[in-house]
Design a protein around this ligand. Structure first.
Ligand code: ZN
Length: 267
């Protein structure tokens, strides 16, 4: 599913990719939608058929060999490129040795996160954040992990997806939170800068961003659909938030089912 940001008047635009089909979902809010998983799963990287999906859409050989499936992607502070053990050094240079941003976001409350600079604002939309604020820019992914580790002492890095989908999330003053956290971590950040170089970690002064989603009605109780348990998911499409489709019958996280072949019917 592709998500393009909207603006103050227009919510984010969702496009569902199903085989060769591209379906603009915003136009179908309120309509009956049926998704049927055919049983086929194709690796999102190499396309080969796989009986089971690993790491949200990869076949087992790709899962075990690609740098993008290594644990250091989820825990960037464990980057091991400098040891000469990167699974794909060229991929690492292209994706990890690029400017990264440390941000604050409000998806189900305050959280810290990191991403490659070019992944914004997509990353925030994927998480269903309603507000976000870039706070620091660093030279590479490893450094972003080291900074995030410091922040995790004082702020969470997870989204409570049920709360995010229910939509009862109070707005936050993110610039005030940034100032509070930067001053709480002042000493730790100073010693990290001594380690990695003063220029490697820069403070950003960008304004906070607000993100809007097309949701007719948020679910009061969150029940999740799962193609592995039941191949057919149908209902009235009530909204789109993060990587979730919100039906009147429950929600489904399409990110989880990358590579799943799905037939789509809209009534
Ligand atoms: Zn593969």
């Amino acid at each position: 599913m592709d998500i393009v940001p909207g603006d103050a008047e227009t919510p984010a635009q969702y496009t569902l990719r199903a085989g060769e089909q591209r379906i603009g979902l915003n136009a179908h809010l309120g309509a009956s939608l049926r998704l049927v998983h055919t049983g086929a799963i194709h690796c999102v990287h190499c396309g080969r058929a796989t009986r089971k999906s690993f790491a949200q859409g990869y076949c087992y050989p790709c899962f075990k060999s690609l740098a993008q499936c290594d644990t250091c992607i989820v825990k960037p502070e464990t980057c091991h490129y400098h040891l000469g053990t990167c699974r794909e050094p060229a991929w690492g240079e292209q994706h990890c040795f690029q400017p990264h941003v440390v941000y604050l976001a409000n998806s189900s409350g305050l959280k810290v996160g990191i991403t490659r600079k070019t992944q914004l604002p997509t990353r925030w939309l994927d998480q269903g954040a309603i507000q976000a604020l870039p706070i620091l820019e660093v030279d590479n992914r490893l450094q972003s992990g080291l900074v995030e580790t410091l922040f995790k002492q004082v702020v969470g890095d997870r989204t409570n997806w049920r709360a995010m989908l229910k939509g009862d999330v109070a707005p936050l003053d993110l610039p005030a939170e940034r100032d509070r956290l930067l001053s709480a971590l002042d000493q730790e950040l100073a010693s990290l800068k001594q380690r990695v170089g003063e220029q490697a970690i820069g403070t950003l002064t960008e304004p906070p961003v607000e993100l809007h989603y097309p949701v007719l009605e948020s679910p009061r109780k969150v029940v999740s659909h799962n193609f592995d348990k039941s191949p057919e998911v149908s209902g009235r499409l009530m909204g789109l938030k993060g990587q979730y489709l919100i039906f009147d019958t429950g929600v489904i996280n399409l990110r989880k089912f990358g590579g799943y072949e799905v037939d789509v019917a809209i009534e």
